[in-house]
Design a binder for this molecule. Structure first.
Ligand code: GTP
Ligand code: MG
Length: 330
C-alpha cells in the first residue's frame, strides 16, 4: 500500500536531517510521528520512527544519569587539607594556583577563563595542602555544586583585584553570594545565624597591589574587615616577597596541626608529622597512631606547647602545632 505522505511530513523530515543535537532530532521525530497519516501504508514507517524515538530517549536517559554522577565540583581531597581559591572573575585565582603548586591552569587577561575547578598541591614545610582554583563567582546566585564544594572544603582564599574600581562591592557581592549558600566566611570562627549555616575559614587576599592607590585600598579594606578577616595585599606579578606569608596564612586557615611522635628514650621522627585537626588532644593523637594505644593511654610527655619541656600531661591535653609528644601507656 502506498504511503501517500503529505508535504508537511517531508518538511519535518528535512528538519530531522538537519538536526544537529539528539534533542533536536528527538523533537523532529516526534513531529514526524504527529503528522504522518495513520494507515496501513505507513505502519512500517511509523514503527521505524517510534524505534528511533525510543533509542534516542534511552541514550538521553543514560546521559542524564552520567551527568548526575559526574559533578566536576566533587573534587577528591588529597593532602592534609583542601583550600578553595574563589572570588570574582579575573582576580588572579589561576595565577595564584600556578605560583603555589605544579598545576598549570589557563591564565588570561580576559575574565571567565576558568570553567572547571582545578586542583594543585602546595608544599608547606612538611605537609601538603591541596589548593583548588574555582571558576569565578558571577551573577546573583551561587551554584549549588559550588556551595556544596565550599562546605566540604577546609577553607577558602577569597581573592579580589585591589585595582578594581568596585573593590568594596566585589567583596560584599562575594560575601552575599556565600551567604545565599548559608556559608559564613571569616578567619576566626564566628557565631552562625542558625545551625544550618556553615562556617568557612577564609583569608581575604587582594591581588595586583602594585601602586600607591592599590596599597591605600588595602589599608581601607584591612580597617573595614579587621574583625572578620585576615587581609593580605599581594602582587602576583612579583610574588617572591609575599610567597612565605601567603603560604603561612593558608596553613593557618587549614585548621590542621602537625604533631611529631617520639618513642620513649629515642629522638622524635621530625620528617613525618601526624596531621590532626586543631583542638586535638593527646587521646586523638594516640588514636591516630594506633587504635589499641587509646585503651592503654595514661598521658604523655610534651615538648613545645607545654610549660616546660617534657612536661607530663593528661589524655585530654590540647596539643598545638609542632608539639613533640611521647605517649605514656600503662
Ligand atoms: N599586574 C598584575 N596582574 C595580575 C595579578 N594577578 C593576576 N594578574 C593578571 O590578571 C589576569 C587574570 O588572571 P587569572 O589568574 O586568569 O585570573 P582568574 O581569577 O583565574 O580569572 P577567571 O578564571 O576568569 O576568574 C591575567 O592577565 C594575570 O596575568 C597581579 O597581582 N598583578
Ligand atoms: Mg581562572
Amino acid at each position: 500500500m502506498p504511503a501517500n505522505l503529505p508535504p508537511q511530513y517531508f518538511e519535518v523530515e528535512a528538519k530531522y536531517r538537519a538536526a544537529k543535537t539528539p534533542a533536536e532530532k528527538l523533537e523532529a521525530l516526534e513531529e514526524m510521528l504527529a503528522v504522518i497519516p495513520k494507515h496501513k501504508g505507513t505502519e512500517k514507517l511509523q514503527a521505524e520512527i517510534k524505534q528511533k524515538i525510543a533509542k534516542l530517549k534511552k541514550a538521553q536517559a543514560q546521559e542524564k544519569r552520567k551527568g548526575a554522577t559526574h559533578d566536576p565540583f566533587l573534587i577528591e581531597k588529597s593532602g592534609a587539607a583542601q583550600i578553595i581559591l574563589c572570588g570574582p572573575p579575573n582576580t588572579g585565582k589561576s595565577t595564584l594556583l600556578s605560583l603555589l603548586t605544579n598545576a598549570r591552569p589557563e591564565i588570561a587577561e580576559y575574565p571567565f577563563t576558568t570553567f572547571y575547578p582545578t586542583p594543585g598541591m602546595m608544599d608547606y614545610e612538611d605537609v601538603q595542602i591541596q589548593l583548588v582554583d574555582f571558576p569565578p563567582f558571577s551573577g546573583s546566585e551561587l551554584e549549588g555544586p559550588m556551595a556544596s564544594a565550599l562546605r566540604r572544603s577546609d577553607g577558602a582564599i577569597l581573592l579580589f583585584d585591589a585595582q578594581s574600581d568596585t573593590l568594596l562591592e566585589d567583596i560584599e557581592n562575594t560575601l552575599n553570594l556565600l551567604s545565599q549558600g548559608k556559608i559564613l566566611a571569616g578567619t576566626q570562627p564566628l557565631p552562625l545565624p542558625s545551625p544550618s549555616w556553615h562556617f568557612l575559614p577564609s583569608l581575604l587576599l587582594l591581588s595586583k597591589v602594585e601602586n600607591q592607590d592599590a596599597e591605600e585600598k588595602v589599608s581601607v579594606i584591612l580597617e573595614l574587615y579587621r574583625d572578620r578577616f585576615e587581609v593580605l595585599g599581594v602582587s602576583l606579578k612579583d610574588f617572591a616577597p609575599y610567597r612565605d606569608k601567603v603560604k603561612e596564612a593558608i596553613f593557618r586557615i587549614s585548621g590542621i596541626i602537625r604533631i611529631y611522635s617520639k618513642p620513649p628514650g629515642k629522638p622524635p621522627d621530625l620528617s613525618r608529622p601526624f596531621v590532626l585537626k586543631k583542638g586535638s588532644t593527646v587521646s586523638d593523637l594516640a588514636e591516630a597512631i594506633h587504635k589499641d594505644l587509646l585503651l592503654r593511654l595514661k598521658g604523655a610527655r610534651v615538648w613545645g606547647s607545654a610549660k616546660f619541656g617534657g612536661q607530663l600531661v593528661p589524655p585530654d591535653y590540647v596539643l598545638q602545632d609542632k608539639d613533640i609528644v611521647e605517649i605514656r601507656t600503662s
